[in-house]
Design a binder for this molecule. Structure first.
Ligand code: NAD
Length: 256
């Protein structure tokens, strides 16, 4: 029992480019010997995700579309995965979206559409994916999603995404309660701020990074590699007793 994922298959959802946290997770899993299946949101991202997947030079890597706003797209994606590999051992859910103009100013101005959109893509998608993937994890499995401190505290500008993360955090606990009897564990990683495509949408993101460098116990910002290695632990048997948990990988900032 250890950190080797040899002979195991994981679905990594949410790679957009090489800065994506999902890509950090993919590299950690690949280095541990896992077979990877990548899913991407829309045609616009297909070529960059394929290029990154090919760069791993790994046998059996698959790249499939999966827009999580569509139940049909999720069902089709997991049917294709089942036909291709039969069994999977886990899912990295690294997906979120909110309208840029709702990630600045006062939360009280959030629109109904913007609220529902953020909840749909950033929170409900975990449950929708877990439902379709459950039957493919016949040997047990591990689902890992990504959350942020803004779901636990009111953080300026995070606004509607903070409420979506709070709902995602609660979903982790309810899914863990449901799926434990199938030997499927569900956990989240609360990552410190990392400069990615999605993060660019958050107002005054640079000042959040500066604050971490100045005040976090480790005095540095979080890297996708650090998140990737914690995900590797959560996917491996070393974490077999952990479910419904949230691990902060944020240089310790959350204790302040
Ligand atoms: P990213 O932009 O690289 O990844 C976000 C992904 O969500 C993209 O690949 C995008 O295509 C995907 N996505 C959006 N709408 C989708 C849809 N309808 N269907 C399928 N996929 C869709 O940014 P990231 O920072 O790597 O974000 C990954 C996760 O990490 C998100 O949940 C984010 O909230 C979380 N997170 C990020 C930070 C940070 O500071 N970057 C901190 C904590 C948590």
């Amino acid at each position: 029992m250890g950190l080797s994922l040899d002979g195991k298959t994981y679905v990594v959802m949410g790679v957009a480019n090489k800065r994506s946290i999902a890509w950090g997770i993919a590299r950690s899993l690949h280095n541990a010997g896992a077979r990877l299946i990548f899913t991407y949101a829309g045609e616009r991202l297909e070529s960059s995700v394929r290029e990154l997947a090919n760069s791993l030079e790994a046998e059996g890597t698959l790249v499939l579309p999966c827009d999580v706003t569509s139940d049909e797209a999720i069902a089709t994606c997991f049917t294709e995965i089942k036909e291709a590999v039969g069994t999977i051992h886990g899912i990295a859910h690294c997906i979120a979206f909110a309208k840029t103009d709702e990630l600045k100013g006062e939360f009280v101005n959030t629109s109904r559409d913007g609220f529902l959109l953020a909840q749909n893509i950033s929170s409900f998608s975990l449950t929708a994916v877990a439902k379709e993937a459950r039957g493919l994890m016949a040997e047990g499995g591990s689902i890992v999603t990504l959350t942020y401190l803004g779901g636990e505290r009111a953080i300026p500008n995070y606004n509607v995404m903070g409420v979506a993360k709070a709902s995602l955090d609660a979903s982790v606990r309810y899914l863990a309660a449901d799926l434990g009897k199938d030997r499927i564990r569900v956990n989240s990683i609360s990552a410190g701020p990392i400069r990615t495509l999605s993060a660019k949408a958050i107002g005054e993101f640079n000042s959040i990074l500066n604050e971490i460098e100045e005040r976090a116990p480790l005095r540095r910002t979080t890297t996708p590699e650090e998140v990737g290695d914690t995900a590797l632990f959560l996917f491996s048997d070393l974490s077999r007793g952990i479910t419904g948990e949230n691990i902060h990988v944020d240089s310790g900032y959350h204790i302040l």
